[in-house]
Ligand binder design. Structure first.
Ligand code: ZN
Ligand code: ZN
Length: 344
């Protein structure tokens, strides 16, 4: 099969590799579509080391073979997948925090990931995709689940004012989740016009491109100078954190969901001075009583959020280098870039 692999010196190429076979607890999936995630770009730029397996975890595909001991999945079913397996038995799994499972294994830690014609996934990571979904919607369940958890970790309540810092896929989807979750007002800080355009398409209010000063001013003016009740910070940058802390109201909360790749120099003064609550948000697990993946599927099914509106570029597997180049270059107008190994 063909698979996308990182080059030694940056970039990606397509290589022919063996089709993996599913071991105990695993399922072989034929990949229909897979999104390029910000985390894939970290590796593409060499910031997170160079993995030896094909990346790709924002995937949708069809089960072709189940390994020994797998129940609940059968060939022909369409599935999407969490980016890690979990054991179901450790103290974190038992507490509903299976994203912190002590035995979790990430997709592509021992097998090729979803940027290949086939990939092997652990059954604990799989969810059925409703027949009514397009493949694009199925591939975007994963980032929507990330955004949903980030929004849940911000502890916002219906009627709150929410600010989202950063208008990439996760920021845009977090703002859409805030709206679906009953936020009275949602502000999103977009740096590029195409991101602001995407925000408007998703029905998010006040999505004008602005400087951080103007953004802070808009949030403060709309809240009688108090600030936002809940903030979701997606940029993993010092500037992003400063803006989040600046626009959060006293005793407000900030959910951090960015992909940090090193130490930042940040001022924690506002965290103490305003008694802000900071929560990290890692992938997805269970929020309230429901798996974040199930919530993401329900949001799409009900029409509350359509993440496929964010797909700006589509490429065949053989064009993976062009796909990554487009995703890495914000001036390309890219929000979500999909690789489509197989068109259905
Ligand atoms: Zn991702
Ligand atoms: Zn566990």
């Amino acid at each position: 099969m063909k698979a996308v692999l990182y080059n030694e010196q940056g970039g990606v190429h397509v290589e022919t590799v063996a089709v993996p076979s599913p071991a105990e607890g695993e399922v072989l999936v034929r990949v229909n579509a897979v999104g390029i995630c910000g985390s894939d770009l970290h590796a593409y730029r060499g910031r997170w080391g160079r993995p030896k397996h094909a990346p790709g975890h924002e995937l949708v595909g069809e089960v072709v073979q189940v390994g020994p001991g797998v129940t609940g999945f059968a060939p022909g079913q369409r599935v999407c997948a969490e980016c890690f397996s979990h054991c179901g038995e450790c103290r974190y799994c038992r507490a509903g925090l299976y994203n912190l499972c002590q035995k979790r294994e990430y997709v592509s830690s021992k097998h090729h990931g979803g940027m290949a014609e086939f990939c092997v996934l652990h059954h604990s990571s799989l969810f059925r995709v409703p027949d009514t979904f397009t493949d694009e919607q199925g591939a975007l369940v994963e980032p929507l689940a990330v955004a949903w958890r980030a929004w849940c970790q911000a502890d916002a309540k219906p009627g709150d004012t929410v600010a989202v810092i950063g208008a990439g896929t996760i920021g845009l989807l977090a703002a859409a989740c805030a709206k679906a979750g009953g936020a009275a007002r949602t502000f999103i800080f977009a740096r590029y016009e195409h991101q602001a355009h995407a925000a408007r398409q998703m029905g998010i209010d006040a999505p004008a491109v602005s400087s951080s000063e103007h953004f802070a001013e808009a949030v403060l003016t709309a809240t009688q100078n108090l600030g936002a009740d809940a903030v979701v910070e997606t940029t993993a940058s010092a500037d992003g954190f400063a803006l989040a802390a600046g626009v959060a109201r006293p005793a407000g909360s900030i959910s951090l969901v960015g992909g940090y790749s090193g130490a930042l120099s940040i001022d924690l003064g506002p965290v103490v001075g305003k008694e802000l609550r900071l929560r990290g948000s890692c992938c997805y697990g269970i929020s309230g009583m429901r798996a974040d993946f199930a919530s993401a599927i329900a949001l799409i099914e009900s029409g509350a959020v359509d993440p496929s509106l964010l797909v700006t570029h589509r490429y065949a597997l053989a064009e993976a280098d062009r796909a990554f180049a487009a995703a890495a270059d914000k001036s390309s107008g890219a929000v979500k870039v999909l690789i489509v190994p197989r068109s259905t």
